[in-house]
Design a protein around this ligand. Structure first.
Ligand SMILES: [Zn+2]
Length: 127
C-alpha cells in the first residue's frame, strides 16, 4: 500500500464545493484479511462525492467486505484482475457474472490472490 500516494493533491478537478473545500483527495481502500482499511493520507473532516464516485466507493467497500468474509473459506479462488478480466483467463465473463466462489483483487493486491494461474502470469509479466 505504501508505494501509492494518498492524501490531498492540491487540485480541484471538479471545482470548489464551498469555502472549506481543500481539494481533491486521493484515498485508498484495501484489506488486511480481517478489516477493510480506508487510507486518507491526511486528516480529513469531510469529503464530497458525485453519484458515480459514491457508487464506486460503495462498491469498493462491498468488494473488500466480501473478500474479507470469503477469503478464508475453502473452495474460494481469488484471481488477479487485469483490464477487467481474470489474468488466468478462466472465463471471458466480467467479474459481476462470475460464480460466487470466484473473487478478484487488483494487481496492487496480488499478494491476496490464491489462483495459481493468475499468480504465475502476474509474476512473469514482470511487475
Ligand atoms: Zn485466476
Amino acid at each position: 500500500m505504501s508505494e501509492h500516494f494518498f492524501g490531498a493533491t492540491g487540485k480541484f478537478p471538479e471545482g470548489k464545493l464551498n469555502a472549506d473545500d481543500e481539494g481533491e483527495l486521493q484515498l485508498g481502500i484495501a484489506n488486511d484479511g480481517q478489516k477493510i482499511i480506508v487510507q486518507f493520507g491526511t486528516p480529513v473532516s469531510w469529503f464530497g462525492l458525485g453519484p458515480v464516485q459514491a457508487r464506486d466507493f460503495a462498491s469498493l467497500l462491498i468488494h473488500h467486505a466480501h473478500l474479507v468474509e470469503q477469503a478464508g473459506k475453502s473452495g474460494v479462488t481469488i484471481h488477479i484482475l487485469h483490464e477487467g478480466r481474470a489474468l488466468c483467463g478462466f472465463t471471458n465473463k466480467l467479474p459481476g457474472d462470475w460464480p460466487q466462489d470466484q473473487l478478484w483483487v487488483s494487481s496492487r493486491e496480488n499478494n491476496v490472490a490464491n489462483c495459481a494461474g493468475c499468480t504465475e502470469r502476474f509474476k512473469s509479466s514482470g511487475e
